[in-house]
Design a protein around this ligand. Structure first.
Ligand SMILES: *Cc1c(COP(=O)(O)O)cnc(C)c1O
Length: 244
């Protein structure tokens, strides 16, 4: 567990940086949602931040999130899933998460709609878009979007709210800018092409090292982990999960 005072200080700093980036872009700070990405960190850290007023938390694994939901209980918070979602876990995810950022196919969206309907609730979803064409990364190709958008207009319990992007790791924050700008342009083109604007009102983009650039390019939701919680330990595979 992180020392609560240090955790709160980093969270306050990130909130100030978000507000400043918003003002520089001529935007209202409250128009940007900060999702605190708590993956690998204990439920106690979530409880400390929630007590201080942080509402939105993001996890990238369904089971890890379920474990933390058990501990946190009925606290007033909004759970986001930001990781790749396997289809065999989709119904469960739709029953417990409030927002899912990683929809990458019409089939997955349909399953989430069925899962949320069966649980008698609604779930907000983002389509994760792969603009880099990286074979290893998840996300829908722009060519897949018409299919997914058609499906979204048939769904009732899964409500599409926007597009999400995880750009390739570059040398600095500025290297993300062309991807952020491209996601915004893609959204604008889809709306100009007839997709109802309310389905694409949000852009989920920006992480610890590039959220200020993302806000300058129109992010409405930023997903910030290590700048709030500290660096994450190395996973057992030896592959680093640090962004920087
Ligand atoms: C881990 C993660 C983040 C947060 O990354 P940080 O660099 O720790 O801010 C954001 N988005 C996704 C999809 C992630 O998996």
């Amino acid at each position: 567990m992180t020392e609560p005072a240090a955790l709160l200080a980093r969270w306050t700093d990130v909130r100030e940086r978000i507000a400043n980036a918003a003002r520089r872009a001529g935007r209202v700070p409250s128009s940007i949602t900060l999702v605190a990405i708590s993956k690998t960190f204990p439920a106690a850290d979530i409880q400390h931040l929630n007590g201080a007023g942080q509402i939105d938390f993001g996890e990238n694994k369904v089971q890890e999130a379920l474990d933390k939901m058990q501990v946190v209980g009925a606290a007033p918070l909004t759970w986001h899933l930001v990781g790749h979602l396997q289809s065999n876990k989709a119904k469960k995810a739709a029953a417990v998460f409030d927002v899912i950022h990683s929809v990458d196919s019409a089939k997955l969206l349909r399953t989430l709609d069925e899962g949320a309907a069966a649980a008698d609730r609604t779930v907000r979803v983002f389509i994760q878009v792969d603009l880099a064409g990286e074979a290893t990364k998840h996300g829908a190709k722009p060519a897949d979007l018409p299919d997914i958008l058609r499906e979204a207009q048939r769904c009732h319990a899964a409500k599409l709210v926007g597009l999400m992007l995880l750009p390739p790791l570059g040398p600095d924050a500025e290297s993300s800018r062309p991807y952020f700008a491209a996601l915004r342009t893609l959204r604008d083109e889809l709306v100009a092409g007839g997709t109802p604007a309310e389905l694409l009102g949000e852009l989920s983009m920006g992480m610890s090292y590039d959220f200020e650039v993302a806000i300058a390019e129109g992010a409405t939701t930023v997903r910030v982990g290590s700048a709030i919680f500290g660096s994450r330990p190395m996973p057992p595979t030896g592959q680093s999960v640090h962004v920087r």
